[in-house]
Design a protein. Structure first.
Length: 204
């Protein structure tokens, strides 16, 4: 069986030595997948602190911090497991502060931060290994209908050479889930059913 890497939770990109920019992600899905797939192969979960707190004992769990830290750890894992499976479920910060050293003094009337784009981890994975199996997640904007969800999932799948894309609409995490593969897409009314189908697609 293939080795499996699961990313879970949200990155924390520093603003300064004490503060960071993050996203709303509990890591619940990644932790659940780690448990569900623990019998399917050697599973490693790269997670935020909140995500790792949800992982059961016996799962190989490692923490990540910033987007660059997550990317470095994923890159190292893929180089060590070039024919493995990457399930990239983490909410990755798209921006980081240009200068994040020291501590910004409190009590200022206003504060301006300059942000720079972070690397697109998902777009880089295929370049690390031609054999890696990529399963990616996509959160579509609120108000996206089922046809739009299918379109954004397919666009991500084609762009990143993902074998599977698990997609939902922000604000509707427990309903209206779609799974895309190059063979087509399937809609699910409940997230639990979609996750069960995803598990079956990890090692076809």
């Amino acid at each position: 069986m293939r080795a499996i890497l699961i990313t879970a939770g949200a990155t924390r990109n520093p603003i300064d030595a004490m503060r960071y920019i993050s996203a709303h992600s509990s890591g619940r899905t990644g932790a659940w997948l780690g448990d569900a797939l623990s019998q399917a192969g050697e599973v490693t979960v790269l997670g935020s602190p909140e995500a790792l707190a949800r992982c059961r004992d016996g799962i190989n769990c490692r923490p990540f911090g910033s987007t660059s830290d997550l990317m470095d750890k994923m890159h190292a894992w893929v180089l060590a497991n070039p024919d493995g499976v990457v399930i990239h479920a983490a909410a990755v910060g798209d921006y980081a502060v240009v200068e994040a050293d020291g501590k910004i003094p409190s009590g200022q009337a206003e504060l301006t931060l300059t942000l720079r784009p972070t690397p697109k981890i998902l777009d880089a994975i295929r370049g690390w290994s031609e054999q890696i199996r990529i399963i990616s997640f996509k959160a579509a904007p609120p108000g996206t209908d089922s046809r739009g969800l299918a379109a954004v999932a397919e666009a991500q799948g084609r762009r990143t050479d993902s074998a599977v894309v698990f997609a939902n609409v922000i604000g509707q995490i427990d309903s209206g889930v779609l799974i895309w593969t190059p063979e087509g897409s399937q809609q699910f009314s409940q997230r639990t059913a979609a996750l069960g189908a995803l598990v079956n697609l990890v090692n076809p």
